[in-house]
Design a binder for this molecule. Structure first.
Ligand SMILES: [Zn+2]
Ligand SMILES: [Zn+2]
Length: 75
């Protein structure tokens, strides 16, 4: 079966076939602490963002908004 790793910035998954959930390269990346990209909540592309928005969907905007909110609550 194909590897379950979602490619960042696309809706495609890694095409390497594997008997396990992830191909060797991605299983290794996970062991090293990498997190597979998750789906952007707006467009469905892979993203590593905590806000689950990719860059074209305003990841940076969301993050600066979160940052501002944190600054406000810290006051
Ligand atoms: Zn893979
Ligand atoms: Zn997106």
């Amino acid at each position: 079966m194909p590897c379950h790793w979602l490619i960042k910035g696309s809706k495609e998954y890694c095409t390497k076939s594997t008997k396990k959930e992830y191909c060797g390269m991605h299983a290794y990346a996970i062991r090293k602490g990498a997190k597979p990209p998750s789906l952007c909540i707006k467009c469905g592309n892979g993203t590593n963002s905590k806000t689950q928005l990719c860059i074209p969907c305003g990841q940076n905007k969301e993050q600066s908004k979160l940052w501002r909110e944190k600054q406000i609550t810290a006051m």
